[in-house]
Design a protein around this ligand. Structure first.
Ligand code: EUG
Length: 608
């Protein structure tokens, strides 16, 4: 093999956001495949110059940045005024979305700040209030498919919490909890448990890719694949810097007590549970979070079933529901479409099909024949936990239930080679972070992706309706449909990742139209998304409009009370501060600019 034509991926020893050494070969392999198809340059000069935020002159902005350097140290503030660095998953940019749906310079930071402490965060918030400069906090800034590190408001200053605030503050081996800072990734937490010799005693729960921040992913209500897969449900205790001019610091739940040892074990404390307003919002900057760790269940066993027809979806989902609710199916499993099983092998789609439009069914079916799953429409990846005799009971029930679908097959794991994707799911469902999932970005050159992520009950008719609307809109857009159902306890997340060529403006526009149509179609049927891309947040927030938009009215009231000057992540999750509200900043599709008609010149909290 020729030596790679790119520098080696940084490890956790080099940087807080690096790869664990055990995944270095995989990361370099993935990087090689991505660079093989890459035509986009690594660096692109800015065409619009420094993105000065609205409402402040360039000279005043530069003078404010000078002031911030004096407060935090020159080396901890960087101006973003020359070029865009594209990077890739492991060496990702912190100034924009490396998988842009719109032009990269729309959602672009003007500068990046690296606070080293809670006090630095407070100083930066006070500074932003004084100069009326929008701040966009990130933990690590990966958030792939949902906007990456990008701010919604062009010219915002990125508050990169992760680079210098990345300590694991506590791992409690009696209570099975931890307390982390924003820059701690799933990779880093896993590695630290191993380093302390606790890896056999306790597990983390990791998403498909482990490079995300534990705090960032949890605040965005991300999902993993052990029985602890609902990350938000597993957190206990936040420390938050509030965005008002005083930059007050609060601790939620039992953290409200001065001292004590209950912060990480009881999330509620006394009085209103305030944690929820800091999740998927722009109401505060989270600087610490507690999280539950899972005891090693004393054994585990992955299993994989295939189902032959697309129409098996509805009866299968109805079989899954009672098994999942009663915990016979114990983890957040994935039910993936055959085409995604093919794409995760990491080859470009042109290897299988050179035509335009979606890859025809007969083509992907034929390609699957020679793979581990064989020809099929759906693959279920699950795991059973506990000692063998306990697993046997559950696995027997699952087997007889799944085989009620004609043609259903259990694939014997002992027949699968070590590099088969099944083993990646096996590692993830047993708390070992992996890297394999990234491979399907190679489906397209300069592969980027963006997710459509509606939630529904675990019911056949719901699965069918969502699948069919996605299929119709993908066919219209000429885009391959690769759905995966992630099944929680009483609901499921349908995740449809559109893979697009980030250099192809036409395809970006088709992807955006497809997503906007699916969001509207789903809302018309009563379904909403659990999370969305920055460019789509106004639209998705607009679908949660019961009783004349009462929920957003309450969000606006909270926003104005906590952030009277509107400095924190304006527009995030569709929540706009008073300075920006009703000035055309909302994006519903087809706008010429993402910047609206400016901001109110002075702090102006309007009555709702
Ligand atoms: C995935 C899962 C998600 C998500 C984005 C991607 C997995 C892709 C359950 O949440 O939001 C295979």
């Amino acid at each position: 093999m020729a030596p790679p034509n790119f520098p080696q991926t940084p490890t956790l020893g080099d940087t807080h956001s690096g790869i664990p050494s055990y995944l270095l070969p995989k990361a370099n392999n993935a990087k090689g495949l991505i660079y093989d198809g890459k035509t986009a340059p690594d660096f692109v000069p800015l065409t619009r110059g420094l993105a000065v935020p609205q409402g402040i002159s360039k000279a005043s902005f530069l003078s404010a940045v000078h002031h911030l350097k004096a407060l935090l140290g020159t080396e901890n503030v960087e101006l973003n005024d020359t070029e865009i660095k594209n990077g890739w998953y492991m060496e990702h940019p912190n100034t924009h979305d490396m998988m842009p749906l719109l032009h990269t310079e729309e959602f672009l930071a003007s500068a990046v700040v690296y606070p080293g402490s809670v006090q630095d965060v407070q100083l930066t918030v006070k500074w932003a209030n004084k100069h009326l400069i929008p701040l966009h906090p990130i933990s690590i800034g990966r958030n792939l498919g949902y906007g990456g590190a990008a701010p919604r408001v062009r010219g915002s200053v990125t508050l990169d919490l992760g680079r210098r605030m990345n300590k694991i503050l506590d791992i409690n081996a009696e209570d099975y909890t931890c307390l982390v800072e924003p820059g701690v990734t799933f990779y880093a937490l896993y590695e630290e448990l191993q380093r302390r010799g606790l890896g056999d005693k306790m597990w983390i729960d990791t998403p498909d890719l482990g490079g995300g921040s534990v705090i960032g992913n949890t605040l965005d209500r991300g999902v993993g694949y052990t029985p602890y897969g609902d990350h938000w449900a597993m957190h206990s205790g936040l420390e938050v810097v509030l965005p008002g001019p005083e930059a007050n610091l609060v601790r939620t739940g039992m953290g409200g007590l001065d001292g004590g040892n209950t912060w990480q074990v009881f999330p509620y404390g006394f009085g209103p549970s305030s944690d929820g307003i800091f999740s998927q919002s722009n109401f505060g900057i989270v600087t610490k979070m507690g999280m539950a760790l899972m005891p090693n269940p004393g054994g585990y066993e992955s299993f994989m079933y295939t189902f032959p027809r697309e129409s098996d979806l509805a009866p299968l989902i109805d079989i899954i529901r009672p098994l999942r609710i009663s915990n016979i199916l114990e983890n957040v499993a994935q039910l993936r479409h055959g085409l995604q099983t093919l794409s995760v092998k990491g080859h470009p789609r042109t290897k299988f099909y050179k035509g335009s439009g979606p890859v025809p069914e007969n083509v992907w079916r034929k390609e699957l024949q020679d793979t581990a799953t064989g020809e099929c429409a759906w693959v279920y990846y699950g795991m059973s936990y506990g000692p063998a005799h306990i697993r046997k009971y559950k696995l027997d029930v699952i087997h007889s239930e799944f085989l009620r679908i004609p043609g259903a097959k259990k694939i014997d794991p002992s027949t699968l080679p070590a590099d088969e994707y099944f083993w990646s799911r096996d590692r993830i469902a047993s708390g070992t972070p992996d890297f394999e999932e990234l491979l399907w970005v190679n489906w397209m050159p300069n592969g980027a992706h963006i997710a459509f992520s509606p939630v529904s009950p675990i019911r056949g008719p719901d699965a069918t309706k969502l699948y069919e609307l996605a299929k119709k809109r993908h066919d219209e857009a000429g885009i391959d449909l690769m759905p995966a159902f992630c099944v929680g306890l009483r609901e499921m997340h349908l995740i449809v990742e559109i893979v697009f060529d980030s250099e192809d403006e036409g395809m970006r526009a088709r992807a955006e139209k497809c997503l906007r149509d699916m969001i509207d179609d789903a809302a018309a049927l009563g379904y909403g998304e659990y999370r969305t891309h920055l460019a789509l947040m106004d639209q998705v927030a607009g679908t949660y409009n019961w009783n004349d938009g009462a929920l957003m009215k309450m969000n606006n009231t909270l926003k104005d009370a906590l952030d009277p000057n509107g400095i924190l992540a304006p527009g995030r999750c569709g929540i706009w501060p008073a300075r920006y509200r009703n000035r055309g900043w909302e994006l519903k599709g087809g706008e010429k600019s993402t910047e609206g008609d400016g901001v109110a010149p002075l702090p102006c909290v309007t009555k709702i």
